[in-house]
Design a protein around this ligand. Structure first.
Ligand SMILES: Cc1cc2nc3c(=O)[nH]c(=O)nc-3n(C[C@H](O)[C@H](O)[C@H](O)COP(=O)(O)OP(=O)(O)OC[C@H]3O[C@@H](n4cnc5c(N)ncnc54)[C@H](O)[C@@H]3O)c2cc1C
Length: 393
């Protein structure tokens, strides 16, 4: 059977795997991507979501020379309003202090297209589509994957095959999973008033509803809603015609961006979070959603995956400069040490924020009212929260 040599092989060429391939190839590594989808084309990925890119992620994308392609499609977030149920109880964030944006909204399709264009031009990246991994074995310091009709022999394997990671299943890495028994519906739409680069997050009993400002399209104001609710509610919402959905949404968003005029796309996602008990196995690193996934309440899943990647990038740089082989036990443990706690912290924060907002009783409502007031009045707390959301702390 044909055997291909590389020093890094990546299983899964989605939002994390594709950027990883590009970033690590820039350090002079030979990279192989093994992707189960038939083609590297964002249309095949059928992802109609947008991603809120944090300032921290943007900085890393600048460093690896990808931001300049994505930036043309990115709408800056200059202000954020967090609203508990009704308009009287809210927190405003802006970023006068750092004189930078709070984040950027980009369609996932544009992120993927920008990266795919770049990786297709790199001579030290080989892409294999339609791949189905059959087996993983070891030969001394090398790891060998068997797929379709060829073998890949490599120093280190990055599992970036998403939240249902096949690699995690075959290696039986223990994982903690939480099923929220809810869904998120993502709706992109045109509306009547300028969003003025403001993102809104309304907290309701059954989950948050976020409005994210998108770039204008054909002179029409455009935004995206991510609404979490019970499975039953989202299923029944999905079954309605667009005019009925628009009238429900118009009541919910309370005129903040005028009236919704037309729905462009809608897509639903089941809500589950998970955390692997560890982020490595022998010569294997779990990266992005294969290691962790979160409630999308804070729009941080990919951003955290990008922080994992930045730390891996720096580790590979260090090993390459010292002439050391990638992927030994020390390497994997250093990656785990630098990244596990951050994921655990984000899991706890997103999970707890979701539960704090769901209670309706008078004690919780009053406590929330006081907490929101306290944060709104405290510059220090606001700065700490915005630094965290921007991926700068
Ligand atoms: C509703 C919603 C909104 C979100 N909004 C945000 C946001 O605003 N900001 C943010 O930072 N994050 C957000 N996230 C999280 C973000 O979408 C994910 O963290 C991100 O997509 C993870 O990328 P990934 O590459 O790790 O996984 P994926 O995108 O799932 O990619 C996995 C890849 O692996 C491939 N694959 C799977 N199995 C195999 C196999 N056996 N062999 C080979 N290939 C395989 C798949 O085909 C795919 O290409 C959101 C999530 C949801 C659900």
């Amino acid at each position: 059977m044909k055997e291909i040599q590389s020093n890094i092989s990546i299983v899964g060429g989605g939002l994390i795997g594709a950027v990883s391939a590009y970033a690590l190839s820039m350090l002079g590594n030979n990279v192989i991507i093994l992707e189960k989808k038939p083609k590297f084309d964002s249309k095949i990925f059928l992802d109609k979501r947008t991603t809120a890119i944090s300032e921290g992620t943007k900085k890393f994308l600048e460093e690896i020379n990808i931001w300049k392609e994505i930036r043309h499609h990115a709408e800056p977030i200059k202000k954020i309003q967090i609203i508990d149920r009704n308009q009287s109880n809210k927190i405003y964030f802006d970023n006068q202090r750092r004189k930078s944006n709070l984040g950027y909204i980009v369609k996932n399709q544009f992120i993927l297209d920008s990266i795919y264009k770049k990786i297709k031009k790199k001579e030290n990246i080989k892409i294999f589509n339609n791949v189905s991994i059959k087996d993983i074995s070891y030969d001394g310091e090398r790891i060998i994957t068997k797929q379709n009709n060829f073998l890949v022999n490599t120093n280190i394997l990055l599992a970036s095959d998403g939240k249902n990671s096949f690699i995690r299943k075959i290696l039986k890495t223990p994982v903690y999973t939480k099923d929220y028994k809810k869904k998120a519906i993502v709706i992109n739409f045109y509306h009547s008033k300028n969003h003025h680069n403001t993102a809104y997050e309304f907290f309701f009993k059954n989950g948050p509803l976020a409005i994210l400002p998108m770039q204008k399209n054909k002179n029409e104001f455009q935004s995206s809603i991510v609404w979490t609710n019970t499975n039953e509610f989202i299923n029944s919402l999905e079954s309605l015609d667009d005019n009925k959905i628009i009238s429900i949404l118009n009541r919910k968003i309370n005129g903040s961006i005028g009236k919704i005029k037309k729905i462009i796309t809608k897509q639903t996602f089941p809500l589950r979070a998970h955390l692997n008990s560890k982020f490595f196995e022998n010569r294997i690193i779990y990266l992005g959603d294969s290691a962790h996934s979160f409630h999308p309440i804070a729009g941080q899943g990919w951003n955290l995956g990008m922080q994992d990647l930045e730390s891996l990038y720096n580790l590979v740089k260090k090993y390459n400069s010292l002439g050391l082989e990638l992927g030994d036990e020390l390497f994997c443990k250093e990656f785990q040490r630098d990244n596990f706690f951050k994921a655990y912290r984000l899991y706890q924060i997103t999970d707890k924020v979701d539960s704090i907002f769901k209670f309706e009783n008078i004690y919780f409502s009053n406590a929330r009212f006081s907490a929101i007031n306290l944060i709104e009045k405290s510059k220090k707390l606001k700065n700490q929260i915005s630094d965290f959301a921007m991926g700068l702390s």
